[in-house]
Each structure stands twice: as C-alpha cells, then as structure tokens.
Design a protein around this ligand. Structure first.
Ligand code: F6R
Length: 606
C-alpha cells in the first residue's frame, strides 16, 4: 500500500527520502516520486516502477532540497503510471497521500468549475487543488482545517507549500501517520520503520489530527485547530537493522526464522519453571468471558479460524470467526461477555482496524494479536498480545502466521485452564508440548529438498487444490493462499469432506492436489477423500506425520512426513512445507517473491 515520507531539515533531504522510501517498499507499490522545495519553488521527480528507477532520475535531474516529501504508490484510482504517481502538485502546493478520497469526483467537479485543470486520474490531485483554493483566503492552518473537513474517506497526508521552506504539514484520518523528532530536523512517515534510521522518537497522529512541522518545532492540532500535546514514544532498537543477511529473499529468511520466533514468543508467555502461561495484563476476569469473536483478513483470518478449532476443543466458549471487511458492515449483535479479538501482523489493516473501532464504539472488550506493537490497532485495543516475530518484510505472511497461531493457542490454553475445562496435569502437558514445538519446526525445515522437487509441478499447473479436515482445514486455506499470491497459480483450499459436493468436478488428470492428513481423529476419512481424488487423476502430495508402521497407498505422487507432536500442534508443522511449496513454485517461475504483483504488505485502504 502507499507509503509516505517527509523531511524538513537544514541539510539536503533527497537521499534520505529515497532511503526511507526503500524501507517502505515492503508495503507493495507500483510507482514512486519525490517533491522538494528549491529556493521556495516546487520541483518533483516521479516514475512508474521501483525506487531504484526514481533514484536514477533524481540523480539525472539533480533534485536537491532541504525540505521534501516522497511517496510509493499502490494504485487505487488510475493505473500505475508516471502521471498518476505522487506527489501531486498545483502551482502552490505538493501533496502525498495514502488512503482513498471517496468524494473525489464531486470535489473534482467543484474545482473544475473554478478553472482548475487535472492532469492525473487520481483521487489525490483534488487535495492539491483544494488546498490551493482555500489558501487564497486563509492561513495555512485554517486552510488545512477547512480542507480536511471537505474530504470524505481515509487519508494520511504530507503537504509542502511554495515559498514556505520553513514548514510542512502532516494530517491523518484512517490511514496511519508517524511523526519523528530529530536533531534540528523533523519527519513524517507512514510507519516508524521508515524513520528508524533517523530517529527512535516518534508520535502518532490520531484520526482528525494534523501537525505543522518545522525543523525545530512540531505543533499538533485537533480537528477544529485546537493545539494538543502528543505522547513521544521511544522505539525499541531491535527491528532497526533487520536485513536479508545471506538470503536472497526476505520470505525465505522469514520461513527459516520460524523455530527462533516460536522460541522468542514462548519465552515471553511461558514460565518454563512452573510450567504455566503468563498473561499478566488480562484486564478482565477470565471466568466472566462466555464467548469469543475472532476477526482478521487474509492469513490473519486463517489464524483466527485455527483458533476457533482449538478454543472449541479446549474451552466452553462459544467461538465465532469473521473476515474484518464483512464484520464491519454486518448488523452484528454485540454481546456483553464476549471477547473481541482482532488479529493483524501490521496492526494497520484498515478493515481490521475499523472492526476494532466498531467493537470499541459498542463498548466491547477488545484484544489485539499483533506483530507491530506501535501500530494503530495495538494502540487502540484494551489488551495487546504481541506475537514477538520481529519485522516481517516479505509481503506474503509466514512467520507472523505461525506467531498468530501460537499466541492464540497459548490464549486458548490459558482460558481452558482458568475456566477449569482442563486439569492442571493436562495444562502442564500442553505447556510441555509447546516447549517441543520449536525443535519440531526446525526438523520440518529440513524437508526442503522434497518440496523443492514438487514445486515445479505446482508452478506449471493451471490449478490446484489443498484439502484437509479439522485442524488441517485452516492450514489448507493458508497453503492455497500462499500459492495463489506467490506463484499466481489458481489454488483452492477446501474441507476434504466437501469435495464430493461440487469441487470434485474440477479434478482432472495430472492436477496437483495437496492432502493434509495428520494421524488425528480425521485421518482415515481424509485418506478416503484422498483416494477419491487420486481415482480421478489427481497427483497427490500427501503431508502427514510420520508413522513407520503403515504404508498408506502406492498411488500417492509424493509424501512428506512432519514430526510427531500433539495433534493440536501439528498445524504449525503442516504450515511450513506449504510455505516452502509456494516459495519454490514462485522461484521456479522467476517471480518477485518478496513483492508479489498487485499486493501490499500493509493494507491501509478498505
Ligand atoms: C497473505 C497476507 C495477507 C495478510 C492480510 C492481513 O500472505 O499477508 O493476507 O495476512 O493482508 O494483514 P495484517 O495481518 O497485517 O492485518
């Protein structure tokens, strides 16, 4: 999704804006641009494609300046092109924008009648002209108050003004905006990561707020222009230097990191000595919670679905799951003793944030399972349970999925014990099993060669299916999502038992099908479903856990055996070969693994 950077300084800024834009590349984008003021005049350089292209153009045009704004754009209104790339400038102002202006068509008509001419197809250009229009009769501050009131939809904005080399404006509604404090210079950025090489002192704008930034001063204002104070946060240093190390792709590194991220998370939540789970900051009596609603998008939704299976198995809770973009628009009947859990790696996903907001407006108990602890979702929820994965850069979520499932499993086990659904002995056995998970994940990573070999078949396929029952169903959905987003192969995740109700018609000779069949209570039934697809010509990759005594079928194309572990924890191990499968399929096709087409890491528009 779009990313914003702005720097005001007494030193040259273009190089540093470029560096910060590179930090925002992980969000996914299709064009980039920078505008600076040189002797008070707006100069801009924009391009379609990557920041490296922009860098070359900036050198070519020798763009300089002590104040500037930069942007990476993920197209919403208008195709990816140089003309649609941000910043969008009028003669008087230059604007970068993340979000969607929903009333841009109406505003455009209003501005056209006043004689403004539009160059791009974007919704953002209206902001540049609207600011220009209001500046005719108002101060900068009053202009911003008036313009923000006229904009519908979501935005994070960075604005510079012709002839005003001493100030820059930042504003936010819906989309995130961080403000950074430096030595005789200050910054804005879509997230703290973009600013981390320059500062670890950050404030976050809340919805409706804006700021006027000078190099030695930052003033914050509420919607009506009343001055407000903002908390300054000191960011942790841990994520500052996250890089690829010896890996070619972040995703590959992030998959391989999973045993250590599991350990890091377990160390935070588990008291190994007393064999118990520590969630100290739980603000409610666990016994008072009667139901749970889990909400997320994409991969995070799959971890929510996984948690439903665990919670239903181990607690007395009534558990529901929903996709955030659906939940937020349904006529939900909120329940007083329900815990609303939102799950989000980035903590910035617009739909998930809106779902959280809806729960809060209805005065519900809210909990956020997030990776980025400084994120908007983390800041707004009553209880935050971090997943402690470290930064995830690959657009396709891998270690964060494992981390989300882990935290949700830990929470489910804690509720189960506190609500007396399991005995202390059972509780401690679950904790013991969790302590074996990291090692089992390490062993699963060693199955690499086999997965590499099958990757080519999936890469070349027209379509594929991923089947599982019970705990394996959410993992089948996740495996299919990974293959779709990385290798651009049509893939469907399905409950194995549903195949004969329709999708079996899709199976044809040579179609690759992944069957997830751990030796749990569903094993025999899943194997029968597997035989049904093999009989219709499917090439089956069976993923199961090892059992030396049994030969399942001679007609299986390939078999991968993960370690033996408690049934409830097998989903963690089953996930790893599926991540690798998607990775190798995309590698085979030479695709951009860390930045799949059309996708973004931080989905800040709905
Ligand atoms: C898939 C993927 C996405 C995200 C989804 C939610 O690999 O990464 O489906 O899971 O966009 O993002 P977060 O977790 O940041 O809310």
């Amino acid at each position: 999704m779009c990313g914003i950077v702005g720097i005001i300084s007494s030193k040259e800024v273009t190089g540093r804006i470029l560096n910060s834009l590179k930090k925002l590349e992980y969000r996914g984008y299709d064009s980039a641009g920078i505008a600076t003021l040189v002797e008070g005049n707006i100069n801009e350089v924009k391009c379609e494609g990557r920041v490296e292209v922009l860098e070359k153009d900036i050198t070519k045009f020798n763009l300089k300046g002590d104040i500037g704004i930069g942007h990476v754009r993920w197209a919403t209104h208008g195709k990816p092109s140089k003309i649609n790339a941000h910043p969008h400038s009028s003669e008087h102002v230059s604007v970068v924008h993340n979000g969607i202006i929903e009333n841009s068509t109406i505003l455009k008509k209003f501005l056209e009648k006043k004689g403004y001419e539009f160059k791009s197809q974007t919704d953002t250009e209206v902001i540049a002209h609207l600011v220009t229009e209001y500046l005719k009769k108002n101060s900068i501050k009053d202009t911003i108050i008036k313009v923000l009131k006229r904009l519908h939809g979501s935005f994070a904005l960075g604005i510079i003004f012709k002839g005003q080399s001493n100030l820059m404006v930042g504003a936010k509604r819906g989309s995130p905006l961080a403000v950074g404090y430096g030595p005789n210079e200050n910054y804005i950025g879509s997230d703290s990561y973009a600013l981390k090489s320059m500062t670890n002192k950050i404030s976050y704008l809340d919805d409706g707020e804006f700021c006027i930034i000078k190099k030695d001063q930052i003033e914050f204002f509420g919607t009506e222009g009343t001055k407000i104070n903002k908390k300054v946060m000191n960011l942790s240093k841990d994520a500052i230097d996250y890089d690829k190390g010896d890996y070619k792709y972040f995703m590959e590194k992030e998959i391989d990191e999973q045993p250590s991220t599991i350990t890091a998370c377990i160390n935070e939540y588990i008291d190994k000595h007393n064999k118990q789970i520590n969630i100290y900051n739980f603000p409610w009596k666990i016994s008072s919670i009667e139901s749970v609603m889990l909400i997320g998008c994409g991969t995070a939704f799959h971890s929510c679905l996984m948690a439903k299976y665990w919670m239903e198995q181990n607690t007395n809770l009534d558990v529901s799951v929903d996709i955030a973009s659906e939940f937020r628009y349904r006529k939900v009947k909120f329940k007083k003793n329900c815990l609303y859990i939102v799950v989000s790696q980035s903590g910035e996903t617009a739909d998930t944030h809106a779902a959280l907001d809806l729960c809060k407006r209805n005065k519900m108990k809210t909990c956020a399972v997030v990776n980025v602890i400084e994120s908007s979702i983390a800041r707004d929820a009553d209880l935050v349970l971090p997943i402690y994965c470290g930064q995830e850069v690959g657009v396709a979520s891998t270690k964060a999925f494992i981390g989300q499932m882990l935290v949700l499993y830990i929470l489910s086990t804690k509720i189960s014990f506190d609500q007396k659904c399991i005995s202390r002995k059972e509780y401690q056995a679950k904790v013991d099993n969790l302590l074996k998970l990291s090692n089992a994940a390490k062993k699963t990573l060693k199955l690499d060669q086999k997965i590499f070999n099958v990757g080519k078949t999936f890469a070349d396929a027209k379509g594929s299916m991923f089947l599982g029952r019970g705990y394996s169903f959410p993992i089948a959905l996740e495996g299919a999502l990974k293959l779709k987003e990385l290798a651009y192969v049509h893939a469907e995740g399905y409950p194995a038992g549903e195949m004969k109700h329709g999708p079996l018609a899709l199976i044809e000779e040579g179609m690759p099908v992944v069957v997830l069949a751990p030796r749990d209570e569903h094993y025999k039934k899943t194997i029968s479903n597997m035989q049904e697809v093999i009989a219709r010509g499917a090439k089956v990759l069976l993923i199961t856990n090892n059992n030396k005594d049994e030969v399942i079928s001679e007609n299986i194309w390939e078999k991968i055996e993960v370690d033996q572990l408690d049934d409830e924890l097998i989903p963690f191990l089953m996930t790893i070969p599926l991540q690798k499968l998607a990775f190798y399929s995309a590698l085979e096709k030479g695709y951009d693994i860390d930045k799949p087409r059309n996708l973004a890491k931080s989905v800040t528009v709905e």
